[in-house]
Design a protein around this ligand. Structure first.
Ligand SMILES: [Ca+2]
Length: 422
């Protein structure tokens, strides 16, 4: 059964990632970025791999020694690993190392568990933000997020299409290992993420977090696969797409419903208002749960077809409705940051922004990388990804060119929240 492989893989990744973070060896010897550290500049304390395990003593009095021991263990794994293993050790290490000092804070003191907001945008191509080179759109709030955090230039989605990409993100596993192969779940799908898998939602919920999924689900529609059975206390949004091949399933019912915890809020859903109402709902959730740790998964329906833009953003960009929708998403991200500041929880929150796959069809201009959504050429998988959390010590003003992937978020976010990954 594939599930077993999945869990063992995740456990392994978590262990390696945490160690990598402690060692700060995520830098690639082949790095082109001159600011990356020289791999030869190893910590001299890493040189004794056979030292005894100080974790068996008193870690609280021996924090530095424990770290050095972990560093030594990781170096041995690195030296023994084959090329593929080294690649993923390295890739995962980069994500965690970006948050290294945060781990240090968490391990050093009793810290209020951090809030996590994951903004997951649909079908946004690699180029399609100001901070990734686009001149046709203005995205000042997301650009500012990048300036205050870490912008990944070589981040890869889990798949070049929605459902498996989301399955990979939420489980930290290769999508096909959790029952999500190469295509999407339609309304008549009988599968989803297997209930025995522990999603990010379940992981955070099991550790006292309030959890919400606000936006597009697309991970199975039978009862066992719905958000409330996959770890999300609160759900608001569309379980499906609004494109022609999906709305046919809902013609007799009057269209795809906008749902809140199983109740129909509106039918048919209106794509022009989704970015706004998702953001409103997200801020309400933040307000209601400001005094406890929360995990907010915010998978926007935009920029999937059909595009929809509220009146205030219509015609606002130089890139048609696509650019207008991007600019409304930027405004949405800004509203989240404004809310964090107003609620005075910005110093204890990490925010991630990423796309689920490459740019959807029909968007111009051409990107400098080949391919787009549905393609396994680079443009289908290589997408924007930004991590922000200066109040928690996350590196600011960083640009990482190391290869990282969507499945790395699971163990990264869990570890940085002090949660042991099963
Ligand atoms: Ca997508």
């Amino acid at each position: 059964m594939e599930t077993g492989f999945c869990l063992s893989e995740r456990t392994s990744m978590q262990r390696l990632g945490f160690l990598a973070c402690a060692a700060n060896i995520g830098d690639d010897p082949e790095q082109k970025n001159p600011e990356q550290k020289n791999p030869e500049q190893k910590n001299p304390e890493q040189k004794n791999p056979e030292q005894k395990n100080p974790e068996q003593k008193n870690p609280e009095q021996n924090n530095g020694e424990v770290m050095n021991y972990r560093i030594a263990r990781l170096m041995r794994m690195w030296e023994r690993g084959n090329g593929s293993q080294r690649l993923w050790v390295h890739a995962f290490a980069v994500l965690v190392c970006a948050l290294q000092s945060w781990v240090g804070e968490l391990s050093a003191a009793e810290t209020q568990p951090p809030n996590v907001i994951f903004v997951f945008v649909d079908d946004q191509g690699y180029y399609d933000l100001g901070c990734y080179g686009a001149t046709e759109v203005k995205t000042p709030r997301i650009d500012a997020m990048a300036e205050q955090g870490t912008r990944f230039t070589d981040y890869y989605a889990a798949a070049p299409i929605c459902s498996p990409s989301r399955a990979g993100l939420l489980t930290g596993c290769y999508p096909r290992r959790v029952g999500n192969q190469t295509w999407v779940h339609r309304a008549d799908s009988l599968s989803g993420i297997h209930p025995s898998e522990l999603t990010l939602g379940e992981l955070f919920k099991n550790h006292g977090y309030a959890t919400a999924c606000i936006g597009k689900w697309h991970l199975g529609f039978q009862e066992p696969f719905l958000p409330h059975n996959q770890g999300f206390d609160h759900y608001f949004g569309l379980l499906h797409n609004l494109d022609p091949v999906e709305i046919v399933y809902f013609e007799e019912e009057g269209g795809v419903p906008l749902l809140r915890n199983g109740e129909v809020v509106k039918r048919p859903a209106d794509p022009t208002e989704l970015t706004k109402v998702y953001t409103d709902e997200a801020i309400s959730f933040m307000e209601e749960n400001q005094s406890e740790p929360f995990f907010l998964y915010l998978p926007h329906t935009m920029l999937h077809v059909p595009l929809g833009v509220s009146e205030a953003f219509q015609g606002s960009s130089k890139w048609g409705e696509y650019g207008d929708a991007i600019q409304e998403l930027d405004h949405s991200v800004g509203r989240l940051f404004d809310a964090l500041k107003r609620l005075e929880i910005e110093d204890n929150t990490v925010v991630v922004y990423a796309s689920d796959n490459g740019r959807g069809p029909g968007r111009t201009p051409q990107q400098k990388i080949r391919g787009g959504k549905l393609s396994t050429y680079e443009g289908g998988l290589r997408v924007p990804a930004i991590a922000w959390g200066p109040g928690l010590g996350l590196q600011a003003g960083e640009q990482s060119s190391a290869v990282v992937r969507a499945m790395d978020w699971y163990p990264t976010l869990a570890t940085l929240a002090g949660i042991e990954v099963p």
